[in-house]
Design a protein around this ligand. Structure first.
Ligand code: UDX
Length: 429
């Protein structure tokens, strides 16, 4: 099939590259000339483990090409995938201007048979609204909802082994088209669920909101564990053994971040308010997660006392491991609060320092050892595997005080204590 992707961000690039790898002819269009030029020069603008290999193989067999405008297309596509951002408006609602512009541009530059597939995360009702807008302008293109569920850091694995592919359309032709696009997955018995457009759109928001709820819940249980003497990792393990609960997304930490959870749950809460459909759980999850950074700083202050002039080595800046993405990263929020308390911060992250330096002005080190130099404490905020293999002898000689706050619970406390350090973890005494 001939496919166009509008928006060469995270979702657009990963799904465009992988569909090209599966044999479709894919053109990624982005109005950012610089980005397109870099992609043409074989430079990926995002870090995603394993993506480079697929990128190079699809470029070399010319299944994947890049353009900054439709007029470079040599064909009329079977489908245009809209993968542009839907950032938050100040009231929490999703800003649909990029989706609307990209959709209108697509219908103006393609034939009547081209389907518009919305992969961007959009509020329920958007596909129907776009279809109406298209009709008003005298076009007849169909709009299909096809939300993307892949996670940063494991995007290739998630794309190639999806738990489900959700397609929102009630048109038989659109269903047929999407079956052809996802033929590889149908042949390999992956679940494809066809729904109406609106259910597909809400399924994406509801999934993200539910996962965020699990995290906020376990984080609050962690607070309770610290008070009662229970161990949150053991509590989560016991809970997760119940198949009705499941073990995933029960890891306590500094709060959920990233480009999706915080934004999507706020958009869903806004939607609930607009429709006068009370979703009290969503509001609680949002405030619980927003409090998290403050809670973490209070925990640090409880041990270190006044933070004024304390030297703190922060290990981890990205919102999770396996990515260079620092959007809505709890680490950034916590660093800001620590700095406001007068602490001096030196940070290290294997992938996120370049992005972080555009939003915070702190010292960054080239290794965890040099970040720790002369520090009063280490605070681990991202679960990079590198931090589980730290050399405690080196740290002992570098640090002023031997204190480690492991707020991702990735270290073995016995080993750390036997190495002469005090260790504080989430949800443990
Ligand atoms: C999420 C969804 O998982 C994915 O389906 C959707 O397409 C996009 O949003 P992503 O943002 O890449 O993916 O990250 P995810 O792995 O879900 O983690 C989100 C946040 O929750 C991170 O900050 C992570 O550290 C945190 N988290 C996750 C926890 O604190 N505990 C957990 O148990 C799991």
């Amino acid at each position: 099939m001939k496919l166009v992707f509008i928006g060469s961000g995270y979702v657009g690039l990963v799904s465009g590259i992988m569909l090209a790898y599966l044999g479709h002819e894919v053109v990624c269009i982005d109005s950012d000339e610089k980005k397109i030029q870099a992609l043409k020069n074989h430079k990926l603008p995002i870090y995603e483990p394993g993506l480079e290999k697929y990128f190079r193989s699809t470029l070399s067999n010319e299944y994947l090409t890049f353009a900054s405008h439709y007029n470079a297309l040599k064909f009329s596509p079977d489908a245009v995938f809209i993968t542009v951002g839907t950032p938050s408006l100040p009231n929490g609602d999703a800003d649909l201007q990029y989706v609307i512009n990209a959709t209108m541009e697509a219908v103006q530059n393609t034939s009547v048979d081209t389907a518009i597939v919305i992969k961007s995360t959009v509020p329920p009702g958007t596909a129907k609204m776009l279809e109406e807008m298209i009709r008003e302008k005298g076009y007849v293109h169909k709009v299909i909802s096809n939300p993307e569920f892949l996670r940063e850091g494991s995007a290739i694995q998630d794309f190639m082994n999806p738990d489900r592919i959700v397609v929102g359309t009630e048109s038989p032709e659109s269903k047929d088209l999407m079956e052809k696009i996802y033929q590889h997955f149908i042949q390999n018995d992956y679940n494809i669920l066809f729904t109406c457009q609106t259910s597909s759109e809400l399924a994406k928001y509801a999934s993200n909101a539910f996962l965020a709820t699990k995290i906020a819940f376990i984080n609050e249980m962690a607070n309770l564990c610290e008070k009662t003497g229970a161990d949150v990792d053991l509590v989560a393990k016991a809970m997760g053994m119940d198949p009705r609960i499941g073990p995933a997304f029960l890891k306590a930490g500094p709060g959920f971040g990233g480009s999706c959870f915080p934004k999507d749950i706020m958009a869903l809460e806004y939607l609930a308010k607009v429709h006068d459909a009370n979703c009290y759980v969503l509001s609680s999850v949002i405030s619980s997660n927003q409090r998290r950074a403050k809670d973490i700083v209070s925990k640090i202050k409880l041990v270190l006392g006044d933070l004024n002039d304390k030297m703190i080595a922060v290990l981890g800046l990205t919102f999770k491991a396996g990515t260079d993405d620092i959007r809505a990263s709890p680490a950034i929020e916590i660093i800001k609060l620590l700095a406001m308390e007068g602490a001096y911060i030196c940070a290290y992250d294997p992938e996120g320092m370049k992005n972080a330096s555009s939003v915070i002005n702190i010292d960054m080190a080239s290794s965890y050892q040099s970040a720790a130099r002369n520090s009063d404490a280490i605070v681990i905020l991202t679960e990079w595997p590198e931090f589980t293999k730290m050399d405690y002898e080196i740290l002992k000689s570098e640090m002023r005080e031997k204190v480690i706050f492991d707020y991702r619970n990735i270290l073995d406390p016995k080993i750390v204590r036997n190495s002469g350090f005090k260790i504080y973890q989430i949800g443990k005494r």
